[in-house]
Design a protein around this ligand. Structure first.
Ligand SMILES: [Zn+2]
Length: 355
């Protein structure tokens, strides 16, 4: 077997079997403090995939920051092949401010490809493309729901691509959703470069949620095994639900919501999911499931306005992947009609809900 080469980033070389932290220069704060995007590169002793794992592209989505910290401490990395490029905090400005956005309210994940002379978001995007995406063969982008809005652990990816589907299943969470690429997103740029990228969505913004973090760490390690960066461990991921469509259940009236179904649970069509009422217990309206399926997103804020998204249900009818092994050919992929519907659904939803 040929020896692993060095990995070049930020004008430095990370040699085989070594690990280095690189501070990519971004800008300065108002007070002259330099701002950098810190990256840790773990270079394996044998050649292989070059996987980036990034978090906090939205600065308030911090479960992924802890996922990456644990990943970098995992003993499994001792036997690494290929290259792991870990970027725990991409949107440094948003992270410092506890905000999804850049200081000018731009969304970094709508600002790709960016340019060296563009907005701050565009400059950050440009550095990420040049120093990370252009040097990697695969990627995992870690996200959470919005503030007060939690996601059941799920993978969102372009499942029309067989390799992306294979890796999505290897991640090992029970829900995988086919999702088209948004304009200006990191995933769109990755697709143009034929770099498979998974988006992991779990938990809510500004929280550390142990289950979402643990599933994320195991998920990344599972993908690394599927990419032969780590040796197989004999475990098989359970076949996920491949989401063909999903809907939001919205508040019919404004009021105070009492939720009756937990995140991740299965509901039948017409099942009670909660009640919206006023502070006196009057004027109550029962919230019903519009379809059978799994609850993959919900609000955690009990005070709701009419029209607010309360529950996100993924249709599980006939969508259980048939595969026992992680073989893409055995997994029921959504057809183009479904992909179209999901794209239409996404376009109709508020852009702040997802990656
Ligand atoms: Zn996000």
């Amino acid at each position: 077997m040929t020896a692993a080469a060095s990995f070049a980033i930020g004008g430095l070389e990370v040699g085989p079997g070594t690990r280095a932290t690189i501070d990519l220069p971004i800008s300065r704060l108002y007070n002259h403090t330099p701002v950098t995007m810190p990256v840790q590169v773990v270079q394996g002793t044998r050649p292989g995939a070059r996987l980036f794992v990034c978090a906090a592209l939205h600065g308030d989505e911090i479960n992924g920051v802890e996922i990456i910290r644990r990943l970098l401490a995992a003993p499994e990395l001792d036997g690494l092949g290929g290259t792991l490029v870990a970027i725990p905090i991409v949107n440094v400005f948003g992270f410092l401010a506890g905000s999804r956005y850049l200081p000018d309210r731009r969304d970094l994940n709508r600002s790709f490809p960016g340019s060296p002379n563009g907005s701050l978001a565009g400059r950050l995007a440009h550095v990420f493309l040049r120093e990370i995406l252009d040097r990697c063969s695969h990627g995992i982008d870690l996200h959470t729901g919005a503030i007060h809005r939690a996601n059941h652990p799920q993978i969102r990816a372009n499942l029309d691509d067989p390799e992306t589907l294979r890796l999505a299943c290897a991640f090992g969470v029970d829900v995988v959703i086919n999702a088209g690429e948004r304009d200006g997103s990191l995933r769109q740029q990755a697709a143009m470069r034929k770099v498979p990228v998974l988006v992991y969505e779990a938990g809510e913004a500004l929280r550390f949620e142990p289950a979402a973090i643990a599933a994320g760490v195991q998920g990344v390690l599972g993908v690394m095994r599927a990419l032969a960066m780590l040796p197989p461990n004999g475990a098989r991921a359970r076949p996920p639900i491949i989401a063909r469509s999903s809907i939001w259940v919205r508040a019919a009236i404004g009021g105070i919501l009492r939720t009756e179904v937990p995140l991740g649970s299965h509901v039948e069509r017409g099942q009670r999911m909660g009640v919206i009422g006023d502070p006196f217990g009057d004027n109550e309206v029962v919230v019903l499931a519009k379809t059978a399926g799994q609850v993959i997103g919900c609000t955690h804020l009990p005070v709701v306005n009419a029209g607010d998204a309360l529950f996100h249900i993924v249709d599980t009818t006939g969508t259980k992947a048939a595969a026992v092994e992680l073989d893409a050919a055995d997994i029921v992929a959504p057809d183009s009609q479904d992909a179209e519907e999901i794209r239409a659904f996404e376009a109709a939803e508020h852009s702040a809900m997802y990656d």
